[in-house]
Design a binder for this molecule. Structure first.
Ligand code: FAD
Length: 385
């Protein structure tokens, strides 16, 4: 990856924004269990940060995905995974399919306002009985005149209690689970849409997560993204950006974990010397930093392929898998070196330990990534067999 002055300008803008507008507030947002998405997204929208790789006609910058990944990497500086995840849902999880396949009408009405930060978006795929197995979702949309009538529910939806619009994956016509799915934009103020209380989570505390219920919700058919029956494919494409996002956001996040730990073990004296002077500790930290650098190389390699129009589902899955695994090792190892201080709730490393655990579960669990990789290698048994 070669970064130009334009890449660096985006890096500087987002890092200054994080230092001024986000990091000073994250402790409070963690305590409140929510960050103010509307307020924050409008500020980010005004700087153009929510549409870096989105079309210029709708207010985006029209840049390629290498610029978006610089933005994502900098989001790793946010000292609360819940806030970066909420932003990532807006930019990389709920709007890529709309930007790529949505009609001009839909993009003018919704994408433009997601980019300006006026509308907060959620991606609603998972259901109480279908997370890893996306094809098994049960929410339906049945045609009635010019409308769809939607029934069902979605589980663990990020930004849900603040969202204005949901990008919903649901079943339209037919029995083939890979060909009967469609993507529909649903306004959250539609009659029949309701939400659970905010869900109480192990980590990502500053992000609001909820279950959503659809009870005979009427939405115009013009809210269909792209073609009916193509939803599964669109979601698999959209997952590529989600997975690249997950891997890239981890990089600086984990580096901060190591840096914070180095500062601590330099100062902390045990058995008459700084903890850092134990070879077992400085070797481990050196090895973990090396692993992060290797992950960065894989992420950049996948991004280069993505920009060149290659199918990078394999590399994106490898990067997501590695990021989830590495996040567990780095945060656990670092927490150990903090001793009792690492077990304290407000410690930066203990927050990273809690927040990063979702990396191996959300957006496709490690085992789902391994299945994709094994299929790509031709070593996974087919479903029929
Ligand atoms: C904080 C948070 C935020 C989320 N945000 C969103 C969101 O915004 N939108 C959204 O749609 N969803 C969201 N999710 C849901 C998330 O994507 C799912 O939790 C995830 O896909 C896993 O699905 P599941 O929980 O149903 O696990 P299950 O599918 O029940 O799987 C359970 C476990 O089984 C294992 N497993 C799965 N498949 C296999 C296999 N083939 N072989 C071996 N083991 C396997 C994995 O370890 C997995 O963790 C969020 C979840 C959380 C916790």
């Amino acid at each position: 990856m070669i970064f130009t002055e334009e890449h660096e300008a985006i890096r500087t803008t987002i890092s200054q924004f994080i230092d001024k507008e986000i990091n000073p507030n994250v402790d409070q947002w963690e305590k409140e269990g929510i960050f103010p998405a509307h307020e924050l997204f409008k500020k980010m929208g005004a700087l153009g940060l929510l549409g870096i790789n989105k079309p210029e006609e709708y207010g985006g910058m029209g840049l390629d995905y290498s610029y978006q990944i610089v933005f994502t990497e900098e989001l790793g500086r946010i000292r609360s995974g819940g806030v970066s995840m909420g932003i990532g849902v807006q930019t990389d999880m709920s709007t890529p399919a709309l930007a790529k396949h949505g009609s001009d009408l839909l993009r003018g009405k919704y994408l433009a306002k997601a980019i300006s930060g006026e509308y907060v978006f959620s991606i609603a795929v998972s259901e109480p009985h279908a997370g890893s197995d996306v094809a098994a979702i049960k929410t339906t949309a049945v045609k009635d005149g010019d409308d769809y009538i939607i029934n069902g529910s979605k589980m663990w939806i990020t930004n849900a209690t603040q969202a204005d619009y949901l990008c919903v994956l649901l079943n339209t016509e037919g029995d083939n689970p890979h060909k009967n799915k469609s993507m529909v934009i649903v306004p959250t103020n539609s009659p029949g849409v309701s939400f659970s209380e905010k869900l109480d989570k192990l980590g990502m505390r500053a992000s609001d997560t909820a279950q959503i219920f659809f009870d005979n919700v009427r939405v115009p058919q013009e809210n269909l993204v792209g073609e009916e029956g193509m939803g599964f494919i669109y979601q698999m494409e959209q997952f590529q950006e989600e997975r690249l996002y997950c891997a890239a956001v981890n990089l600086k996040n984990l580096e901060y974990c190591i840096q914070d730990t180095i500062e601590y073990v330099k100062e902390r004296h045990v058995f008459g010397k700084p903890l850092l002077d134990n070879q077992v500790i400085y070797f481990k930290l050196a090895e973990l930093q090396t692993e992060i650098e290797a992950l960065r190389a894989l992420v950049y390699d996948a991004i280069e392929g993505y920009i060149n129009g290659e199918d990078v589902s394999l590399k994106a899955s490898m990067a997501k898998l590695k990021a989830g695994r590495l996040a567990r090792v780095v945060t656990d190892s670092c927490l150990q070196y903090w001793g009792g201080m690492g077990f304290m709730w407000d410690n930066s490393v203990s927050r990273a330990y809690r927040d990063s655990r979702i990396m191996s579960i959300g957006g496709g669990a490690d085992e789902v990534m391994l299945t994709i990789i094994a299929k790509g290698m031709g070593i996974a048994p087919s479903r029929k067999a």
